[in-house]
Design a protein. Structure first.
Length: 596
């Protein structure tokens, strides 16, 4: 069994792995239709050169450097170089609004900005002009920005102007301590303005060691291949999709985008992937529809696989089910495995709660599916299901090694350990609210089962309390609504009200199929009685699985899908409730008037 050394900082961990791996491939990108690799040696030389260059142009230890780029090798190399120079990375979403960019620039006090493309640079300039903070902009791709108010540097030119003295840079970086600030990651703002979470080197290293230990003990630590597609500016991908692979000496492929993800998975054949529940929900719908269209044996095998999977999840198979289980294992599951590359050890879901039925679906297809739990304030992984501990779809597994978890009297999950942040950047009041006596107050409600696994009930601040004082967990209801083929997205409301109401986004593919089958030409009207009847049937099926208190009594159809672009989704695909309530609040309130 392989174990991770006790590194003093993230940069030393990288340079150690680079020295061990040498010419082995490290970072992969798609270029002119082919995958092209950067070796560990090349990566180490680039990081060393860029770290020296950042110091040469005036950056000093502790300076914040904003990093705005899509997932690509230069993101990882820049991040490591910033830290190797003793500076602090401020990862920033490429999809941020001008307001978000301006807030992060001003709040972090970033002295420099590294940006990947001219298009992103132009989008950033209004926010930069609103602030006196940044003194320089470094373009990964060549920039022509005309009259600029700050110094413009070319990423590659900076690198070419410095010697590749890896040993000297590595020696200097070794002085960084686990307690030193590594990055400030701004929360994605589901409830308001993003806050800067101060993650120190030790917090991320704690996560890396815990994840690597779990993989080593439960799945086997080999030559791991990771496919990165979640935004690296999100704490989950920053740790899981970048530093865990570095710690394990693995390879990182950067996906071409969500639309090409399925093809990339088949090409790259990853062994481990970090994903979010929304992706699984989409894949579940697509796989089900594709197999149903094939019909015949494929459809029957899918039905058999799901039936067997549900029984296994419920406690075990009867003797009469075993022949069918053998057939599914021999004939059906290998076909599904090939669609996921053929060597996938595990897909690890995090970032938001997962509906248990979705997890059971993928486990039934033979995909090892592990749900984890965490938050940016914990670097971010707190726990994860592990095969050795017994995977249950209604839990998020046991805590990582060397992580303390306890449940407060009001049910809130509290966490203590090196993984906990040092606080929110320049926000002492919020820091004092969530950090008390070394314990992180997560804001999540849950319990610990007999096997030491954490079960999440809901977000403390998202709990809906109706007019009778009864609690409703919105994620549970929304998750069940979106399991229906007719419903793509949903948000429920009902705080201090007599019952639940909802905003529904019909599934686009289902809507088109319904229109064709029912002879509708042109756009379907949201007021079409037959169309509304079909959606109501989906709500009724959901309500049959819910308690009386949880059931959705009335609903409206959204004006448009929830999206990052309209600020109704965070970049990690979680709904922004405060935004949706601003958009639809009056109409939802009207549903109560309509019901008397």
């Amino acid at each position: 069994m392989r174990r991770l050394e006790h590194f003093p900082n993230l940069v030393t961990m990288f340079f150690t792995r680079a020295a061990e791996r040498g010419e082995a491939p490290f970072l992969w990108r798609k270029q002119d239709g082919a995958w092209v690799a950067t070796s560990w040696r090349e990566a180490a030389e680039t990081v060393a050169r860029l770290a020296r260059a950042l110091t040469a142009i005036g950056l000093e230890r502790g300076d914040r450097v904003m990093l705005v780029a899509e997932n690509r090798p230069e993101w990882c190399l820049s991040d490591l170089a910033i830290m190797a120079a003793g500076c602090v990375t401020v990862p920033t979403y490429t999809t941020n609004t001008e307001r978000d960019h301006a807030h992060i620039i001003e709040n972090s006090g970033a002295k420099a900005v590294i940006v990947s493309t001219p298009k992103l640079a132009k989008a950033l300039m209004p926010a930069i002009l609103r602030s006196i903070r940044p003194q320089m902009l470094i373009g990964i791709e060549p920039m022509r920005l005309g009259q600029a108010v700050i110094d413009i540097h070319d990423w590659q030119t900076l690198i070419d102007g410095q010697p590749a003295d890896v040993a000297a840079v590595a020696d200097a970086a070794a002085a960084l301590r686990r307690d030193d600030l590594a990055c400030i990651i701004y929360t994605s703002g589901t409830g308001g303005a993003p806050r800067g979470v101060m993650q120190h080197h030790g917090a991320i290293l704690h996560n890396v060691a815990g994840c690597a230990t779990a993989v080593s003990e439960d799945l086997g630590w080999g030559d791991e291949v990771f496919l990165s597609f979640l935004p690296l500016s999100h704490a989950y991908e920053h740790t899981g999709g970048q530093f865990v692979p570095i710690g394990m000496g693995g390879q990182i492929y950067y996906a071409e985008g969500i639309e090409k993800l399925a093809a990339n998975i088949e090409e790259v054949r990853p062994t481990i992937m970090f994903v979010v529940p929304r992706l699984f929900e989409v894949l579940r719908t697509r796989i089900s529809k594709a197999i149903e269209r094939q019909g015949g044996l494929s459809a029957r095998l899918l039905a058999a696989a799901l039936d067997i999977g549900a029984k296994r999840n419920a406690g075990g198979l009867r003797l009469v089910d075993r022949p069918r289980a053998l057939l599914v294992d021999a004939v059906f599951k290998p076909k599904i495995a090939r669609k996921f590359g053929g060597r996938m050890k595990a897909m690890i879901s995090g970032g938001a709660p997962l509906t248990p039925e979705v997890g059971v679906f993928f486990q039934s297809l033979g995909i090892t599916f592990l749900q984890g739990y965490g938050q940016t304030e914990a670097a971010p992984v707190i726990s994860c299901n592990r095969p050795a501990a017994g995977v249950t779809m209604d839990s998020v597994g046991p805590p990582l090694s060397d992580t303390e978890v306890r449940i407060a009297e009001d049910g809130e999950i509290l966490v203590r350990g090196e993984l906990v942040m040092h606080g929110y950047w320049r926000n002492e009041a919020e820091t004092a609210r969530v950090l008390k006596d070394g314990w992180l107050h997560t804001g999540d409600i849950g319990e610990i089962d007999g096997g030491g696994r954490i079960r999440i009930t809901d977000r403390k601040k998202d709990l809906i309390i109706n007019d009778k004082g009864e609690n409703v967990a919105p994620q549970k209801v929304e998750g069940l609504l979106t399991l229906q083929p007719e419903i793509g997205q949903a948000m429920i409301a009902g705080d201090r009200r007599p019952h639940m109401v909802a905003v529904l986004v019909p599934d686009a593919e289902w809507r088109a199929e319904w229109a064709a089958a029912n002879g509708r030409r042109g756009p379907v009207s949201d007021d079409d009685p037959a169309y509304r009847g079909a959606l109501q049937a989906a709500v009724d099926r959901t309500n049959a699985m819910l308690s009386v208190t949880e059931r959705v009594r009335r609903w409206i159809v959204a004006d448009e899908p929830f999206a990052i672009e309209n600020e109704q989704l965070t970049p990690s695909m979680k709904i922004r409730r405060h935004v949706l309530k601003q958009v639809y609040g009056a109409r939802l309130d009207g549903l109560y008037g309509a019901s008397g």
